[in-house]
Design a binder for this molecule. Sequence first.
Ligand SMILES: Nc1ncnc2c1ncn2[C@@H]1O[C@H](COP(=O)(O)OP(=O)(O)OP(=O)(O)O)[C@@H](O)[C@H]1O
Ligand SMILES: [Mg+2]
Length: 673
Amino acid sequence: MYISRFFSFNLTFTSADLHVCIEGVECGGWEPIFCFPRKSHVDDLFPFFLRHAKQIFPVLECKDDLRKISDLRIPPNWYPEARAIQRKIIFHSGPTNSGKTYHAIQKYLSAKSGVYCGPLKLLAHEIFEKTNAAGVPCDLVTGEERVTVEPDGRQAAHVACTVEMCSVTTPYEVAVIDEIQMIKDPARGWAWTRALLGLCAEEVHLCGEAAAIDLVTELMYTTGEEVEVRNYKRLTPISVLDHALESLDNLRPGDCIVCFSKNDIYSVSRQIEIRGLESAVIYGSLPPGTKLAQAKKFNDPDDPCKILVATDAIGMGLNLSIRRIIFYSLIKPSINEKGEKELEPITTSQALQIAGRAGRFSSKYKEGEVTTMHREDLRLLKEILNRPVDPIRAAGLHPTAEQIEMFAYHLPDTTLSNLIDIFVDFSQVDGQYFVCNLDDFKFSAELIQHIPLSLRVRYVFCTAPINKKQPFVCSSLLQFARQYSRNEPLTFAWLRRYTKWPLLPPKNIKDLMDLEAVHDVLDLYLWLSYRFIDMFPDASLVRDLQKELDGIIQDGVHNITKLIKISESHKLLNLENLSAESQSRLSGTLRSQARRTRLTKTLESEAAEPPSPDAAEKSLASRLLRQGLLTADMLKQLEKEWLTRRTERGREKTEPGTYSKGTRRKKQENDSN
Ligand SMILES: Nc1ncnc2c1ncn2[C@@H]1O[C@H](COP(=O)(O)OP(=O)(O)OP(=O)(O)O)[C@@H](O)[C@H]1O
Ligand SMILES: [Mg+2]
């Protein structure tokens, strides 16, 4: 009876023969039915039901195959080259500024061949430069850049790379994996797991927090490799002050104010300027050249700029002469394991990493200090810093292109984003591992879904690292994919037109943000140029263009307080309110737990809000427009695409292989049944 009810509500997509039978059942009698014999039993419906179910849920046909393909239970077996040798694992453990990387790098420099795997482009660059300066030829490999130093273009025996880019088939004498605790990162952790299990080196040196020792030892137990732990102590003392800064009037040379939002950065630098002081500014979305220029300005003893305003982008990879770290706020927006946005106080690990920038061994300040801007925050900071760091329990994993390709072979009509969902649902992992958050991948997959591309190419486009909060970068991914599918190479001349080159120096903060977005688009071009050289043929010209743009942005940031002032006077920024907002956000840190719950609830209820008179204002499109995630042009384009799709919608509904959230739930019911 349940079946009959279920299908009577879904008659639009049941096939005709099943429809007739079900109508008969619904009529309450088994007798007056067209094609259903008088003496039939309800079980006779089953073959029809099964045929229909298989059409709607094609996974039913190949469940066992899918399970096998998505079996992620023994990752060490994915790396036969590494398993063929016996590696020695050395874990350099200790707090920040204790010489972990230094000691690992000494070993790397003295080896005949080596690979350094860093968490950031800036760190890979730093080691690349240091190694070559030490007279050891070293190449550089990042997602967007390859530099070979040997005159004949041959690969050097040493290479510095970002961890995602390391080769797991090249043999090395020594490998260094920096910041190994990032193995737990919900989105990027897979890259550290891959390097740890896959690097083909006689000695693998890991640098990082002690919290990762147990997990690494467990993982190496499965590969039969021994782990030697070397412990280090901080090289310079650091202390948490008993008083907060309270006012920017109390700033001293060597101070670094750490904010977790760009608005706070603007507001603080403006207030510093009002006090007649100069500040350097560093935040994540600045190009590397600009970050280095700002760091140099701050470090230069002859430069009057002695204050730094920065986000936690300084947490890794820059050598800065900081005496005192001042936390302007302790609340940082983050994305949790489920992909939801949260406003949480920073973790102990993050606080230690940032605080550890004060009194760096190599800088002129041999003692570090840490405090907060606001008195109410100081107790929480001390509490956070004193908490023990939880041991890391699991390492990230990521499906490979081959696995997704095999899924697509079994489910040919399923979209890439749905394939990922199905993969994650089917995948099996051991307790020491977790499947990384693939939201960014799925975001890109959905963005370019309607563009005809082969699965392999689509997969590569989706792995391109993009900032999905930047509308111009997202629309560029779309544009690049579209042109690729039309087989039209993306030339330098085309790119100049597309980015409206030449670009003018920024006149306000919005201009500056636009230029940062163009820089990201050029990064995207370069990233794709290493994967599709024929279609993105002008990498070296684009690199020159990017350097020029970095220079324009550098000049803009040099005068950032002027840009802020102009933006304020043109009401492009509302710093007074922003500032007040941050103040109130900060003032009740001790109530942070309650606020956190409230904030999470607000975010949740936003999604579930019932329609109201001002529903248009609260529509998803208007919200995305307001948040700058969507531009008017993108909205128009989406409207066009939706209209085209609407005509196909009826067909799509019955099309086999679609795997929306609703059908997924049904699939699970079927599975468990
Ligand atoms: N024995 C040493 N001789 C000379 N310089 C050293 C020595 N040990 C460390 N340093 C310098 O001290 C600074 C901090 O060292 P390092 O970067 O290795 O610390 P770390 O423990 O890796 O810190 P983090 O956790 O922040 O990465 C670096 O500039 C490094 O070059
Ligand atoms: Mg280090």
